[in-house]
Design a protein. Structure first.
Lengths: 201, 155
């Protein structure tokens, strides 16, 4: 169970970080606002789950070695174009809904997270409606699909496959990492490493 | 002598840090107040988990209880007990009067998708952005009175 929760928290922290990279440079002002809010929510979810697992959520979030992170490779990828970014958000929200709702009976926090995710799903669906027939977007979904499968447990993959209308294939599994994670962790921990006693603002 | 009633009344004076027209009590985030032997125990549920106002709410709450001559122990409960249905009737009216469309009850909203302009009352409004200045708000536009407004999201 703790392994599952750590994976969930790491996914939310890392995708929240990736989402925040669009603040100020999204293709339209509305999306600067949307991605900032989504990032804030995702990182809030990560913190709440880390607090269940450890007394010091920051230490758990930032003081581990790279191989101790349990995030799915999907969230690590450094995506530089909007089509791929929306494709990832759409696939991630579909996978995340299956994983979160499966936890809701045991974990009241999961139900609270699920409430907030409703708006992330609406956002992803709006964009999916708009881009679904664009070749660039379809190619991005195809590229990211094996990564999306790695977000959920093997027994949840048939459901995810039906949800997004894609055939199951070999997943890029959680526990492996992409080359994008090391530079991201360097950036994420920069303040913490430069002020080990804790930064004062 | 500190009583639960006096604590509730004091908490009604603490404004929400991001939407100061409503108090923490209006917002429905105070789950319980217990007083025993001069010790005040308050349970607080955040609206959104990533809401940065939570720390400010905690601090304001401790200061307010200190003014009553007692010490507050604040426990943040991250369960699923808060939804926008917890916002009080008085709180909804204060939001509307300040130009924030109050969230419709969940049962209504999930079925009807009707959003009413807080200025003129028209339901001829359209979504401008699902997200707004804080996670709890969307941006809408009223095509009747041509006024943009903020909608408190129903969650």
């Amino acid at each position: 169970m703790n392994e599952l929760l750590l994976g969930l928290a790491d996914d939310e922290l890392i995708i929240g970080w990736r989402d925040s990279e669009w603040t100020g440079i999204a293709p339209m002002l509305e999306e600067d606002v949307a991605f900032s809010s989504i990032a804030q929510n995702e990182i809030g979810h990560a913190r709440a789950v880390y607090e269940l697992l450890a007394d010091d959520a920051d230490a758990l979030a930032f003081d581990r070695r790279l191989d101790e992170y349990r995030c799915a490779p999907l969230v690590e990828l450094h995506l530089l174009d909007w089509g791929h970014t929306i494709a990832r958000r759409w696939l991630y929200e579909a996978a995340d809904e299956i994983r979160i709702t499966a936890l809701m009976e045991e974990l009241p926090l999961a139900a609270k997270i699920n409430r907030e995710e409703t708006y992330h799903r609406m956002h992803a669906e709006m964009w999916h409606e708009r881009l679904r027939d664009e070749p660039h977007f379809r190619a991005a979904v195809g590229e990211l699909w094996p990564y999306a499968l790695g977000v959920v447990l093997p027994e949840q993959r048939a459901e995810l496959s039906a949800r997004v209308g894609l055939n199951e294939t070999a997943a890029v599994e959680r526990g492996t990492h992409t080359e994008a994670l090391a530079p991201l962790l360097q950036e994420m921990t920069m303040v913490r490493r430069s002020a080990p006693a804790g930064a004062q603002w | 002598m500190v009583t639960a009633e006096r604590v509730w009344a004091a908490l009604e004076e603490i404004p929400d840090p991001e939407i100061p027209v409503v108090s923490l009590v209006d917002l429905g985030v105070i789950r319980s107040v217990d007083v025993s032997n001069g010790q005040v125990h308050v349970e607080l549920t955040p609206t959104f988990l990533g809401c940065p106002a939570l720390e400010m709410m905690k601090r304001a709450l401790e200061e307010k209880v200190a003014e009553l001559g007692a010490e507050a122990e604040v426990q943040v409960v991250n369960d699923d007990s808060w939804s926008t249905d917890k916002i009080t009737a008085a709180g909804r009216e204060k939001l509307r009067a300040a130009g924030f469309a109050p969230p419709a009850p969940r049962l209504v909203q999930l079925q009807s998708q009707v959003h009413r302009c807080p200025y003129c009352g028209s339901t001829e409004t359209k979504l401008e952005n699902l997200f707004g200045p804080t996670p709890c708000r969307s941006l809408r536009y009223c095509t009747s009175c041509r006024q943009p407004f903020e909608q408190f999201k129903t969650i």
